[in-house]
Design a protein around this ligand. Structure first.
Ligand code: SF4
Length: 693
């Protein structure tokens, strides 16, 4: 498209939650040159291997370019009529509890907003959940328990300004590489900065750290209880200052003596960690999926937050608890309420008047009156026949959800399954009755919010291929067919963004944490030119950079949560003596639908491997095929050995799909235990045995 050639467009990386700014210059032949945006505050021009290779992922191979009904090409009109009919039929047969959407942190905020409004406002169901449930639902739940609202208190600069950075369950070097580069640059500038990694595995991140605490899986609560108890003895907190402090301290005191046994860490290592943390006022404790993807994920995150709240080390430069999200727009899903237990704009069913305010603003008569099914339960209900129509957007649950064989069975038996995606080769799309071609990165327009609350624009720099359309447009067309076109009459994504911004100013008394009502008056031109903007942006009031600094803790809003230690329900035993940990690789993204097509990214790890410590099962030779078996399923791959792997555990990457390695889909082997508060599945703790294949 010559009209787009030679025009450099500022956009945002579609991969991880760092949210790096990118300058894309289309070449007029369907490709584009990609470089880091030196003006973007998240990356200042840096990119990682995945971001730098984005130009190699924008070809049209394997793209879904036309709607399909029953496996045959169809017009958009016919496909949208069929979607509307399918949902109307299921609503009539099963009511609002019998329909569902399963969406994704890959969606733009505007798509997310439209999908949530459609599910909760038109279908009247709370059954819309996101793959963010697998990513940071535990962090969200912990924020809400501690702060009364889902808010990340700090900003990326805090990681650079900290004198002590503690990374818990985070392989930052591989999973948030540009943030890791920023941290490493800060450490070069200030060599006295200390970095502690808490992780069962010795990961690439440990190479940049001063200390690695090789903690036993699922035991973080015990370590942070020992820390809180230590902080009390050291006189570093004021129990009278914060709600919940007395109970939280009592709970920590009860656990602390058992911390060495529970964590598997020598008592002197725990003592040294606690002493360092206590002696360093500027401390950031950052966590990621090693904390969240756990049946005690919310408790782990609150145990971390407790230590910061108790000492007041929060909301000031270089201090605070910090959750980094996996996906580019995991935060956007939270903001628009596209999770089963949230309403739009951080509004809440539980707080008086907020449901009514949203119903009145939307003007839709049947706004869902209760929360819906979270991801794991949603697919179980699908398998039980309780969901009559499901619309999956921009995600691949057949590969990513635990108990993957059961999920596949549920998808195969679904009475009515719609999949919106960019690719034909998603494992989930293979089960769809209707496939809708979505726009890919580089073609779609909207916003995303990164891990530090920075809203950035993703902008189109390539023409829409074939008949691909924005997801928000498809949703609006179906809503129109179900009689609610007026509420979905957006001309472009800027109109959706304005509506979304308006919702954030409804009902809740100021000051609100998530408040972008100051952006509700944006013109199309403002939106087109929008620079990265960190929330909050309240109307008629100053913004602020951080939350919950001393004197900025509104009474009743920030509190410590008493945490008890809970071991996972399923433990290794004689039949399954090991523990299976899953995670990401440096150069792959999700289920490889994009990165799997780039040879130089594949070269980093050409095939899935199961990694064991050299002393575990020494009779198995590295490089041979092994079978990983758990109580729920199995996968086959080659064996690797690494002395950095904690004894008694195995690590397997989560990326491989049926297309790339059909026998190696590790999600088939993952148990689907979930956190009772957040609903996040435990993706790092399945009992396992490994045998020769
Ligand atoms: Fe993209 Fe994350 Fe890499 Fe930045 S660090 S370029 S956001 S994948």
């Amino acid at each position: 498209d010559g009209s787009l050639a030679a025009r450099t467009v500022r956009t945002t990386c579609p991969y991880c939650g760092v949210g790096c700014g990118i300058r894309a210059t289309p070449d007029g032949r369907g490709g584009a040159a990609i470089e880091g945006d030196t003006d973007h505050p998240a990356n200042h021009g840096r990119l990682c291997s995945k971001g730098a290779a984005l130009g190699e992922t924008i070809g049209l191979a394997d793209r879904l370019l036309h709607p399909e009904v029953g496996g045959k090409r169809a017009s958009w009109d016919a496909a949208l009529d069929a979607v509307a009919e399918g949902f109307a039929r299921a609503l009539e047969r099963l009511g609002p509890d019998g329909v569902a959407l399963y969406v994704s942190g890959q969606l733009l905020t505007e798509d997310y907003y439209a999908a949530n409004k459609f599910a909760k406002g038109v279908l009247g169901t709370g059954n819309i959940d996101s793959n963010s449930r697998l990513c940071m639902a535990s962090a969200v739940a912990a924020h809400r328990r501690a702060f009364g609202e889902d808010v990340v208190p700090g900003v990326y600069e805090d990681l650079e300004q900290a004198d002590l950075l503690v990374l818990v369950g985070s392989n930052l070097a591989w999973c948030h590489p540009v943030l890791f580069q920023r941290v490493m640059a800060a450490k070069v500038a200030r060599p006295e900065m200390r970095i502690v990694v808490i992780d069962p595995r010795r990961t690439a991140t440990c190479e940049g750290a001063d200390t690695h605490l090789a903690i036993a899986p699922a035991s973080d609560v015990a370590l942070f209880a020992a820390l809180l108890a230590h902080l009390e003895v050291a006189g570093l907190g004021d129990a009278g200052r914060l709600e919940g402090a007395d109970a939280a301290l009592a709970a920590a005191r009860a656990i602390a003596p058992d911390a060495p046994v529970l964590t598997g860490l020598p008592a002197e290592e725990i003592a040294a960690f606690c002493a360092l943390w206590a002696a360093t006022p500027r401390v950031v404790t950052l966590w990621s999926q090693g904390v969240n993807q756990s049946s005690a994920g919310t408790d782990k995150a609150n145990a971390i937050i407790n230590a910061h709240l108790y000492t007041g080390r929060i909301g000031r430069p270089g201090m605070g608890p910090f959750s980094v999200t996996g996906q580019p727009n995991a935060m956007g899903g939270r903001e628009t309420g596209a999770l089963a237990n949230m309403l739009a704009g951080h509004l809440d069913w539980e707080r008086p008047g907020e449901h009514a305010a949203l119903a009145s603003f939307w003007g839709l008569p049947r706004l869902a009156t209760k929360s819906g099914l979270k991801a794991v339960d949603l697919f179980r209900r699908l398998g039980d026949g309780g969901i009559g129509a499901l619309w999956v957007m921009a995600t691949n649950p057949a590969v990513s959800l635990p108990e993957g064989d059961a999920v596949r069975g549920a998808l195969a038996a679904a009475p009515f399954l719609v999949v919106s995606d960019t690719t034909q080769r998603s494992d989930t799309a293979a089960f769809a009755h209707i496939r809708l071609p979505a726009l890919a990165w580089g073609e779609k327009d909207g916003t995303v919010t990164n891990s530090e609350r920075m809203i950035s624009r993703q902008r189109a720099f390539l023409p829409a291929p074939g008949e691909a359309r924005p997801d928000w447009w498809a949703v609006a067309q179906v809503a129109r067919r179900l009689g609610h076109g007026d509420a979905f009459a957006w001309r472009d994504p800027s109109a959706i963004f304005r509506e979304h911004a308006t919702v954030t100013g409804l009902a809740r008394p100021a000051p609100r944490a998530f408040d972008i009502s100051g952006l509700a008056g944006m013109t199309e031109a403002d939106y087109a030119a929008m620079r990265p903007t960190r929330w909050p942006v309240p109307a008629g009031a100053p913004s602020r950079e951080r939350f919950f600094a001393d004197g900025d803790v509104p009474a009743g809003r920030a509190r410590l949560v008493p945490i008890r230690f809970r071991a996972p329900d399923t433990q290794p035993d004689a039949a399954f003596p090991l523990r299976l940990l899953t995670g990401r690789l440096r150069d792959q993204w999700h289920t490889m639908t994009r990165t799997g097509g780039v040879p130089r990214l594949m070269a980093h790890a050409p095939e899935p491997m199961l990694t064991l410590h050299p002393d575990d099962l020494p009779e198995l030779v590295a490089g041979t095929l092994v079978k990983a078996e758990t109580p729920t399923g199995s996968a086959v791959m080659r064996l690797a050995r690494d002395a950095g792997q904690r004894r008694g555990t195995a690590f397997v990457p989560m990326h491989w799909t049926a297309q790339f390695a059909p026998a190696a889909r590790i999600n088939a082997a993952l148990i689907a235990a979930t956190d009772p508060v957040s609903g996040q599945p435990e993706l790092k703790h399945s009992p396992l045995r490994v045998v020769h294949y």
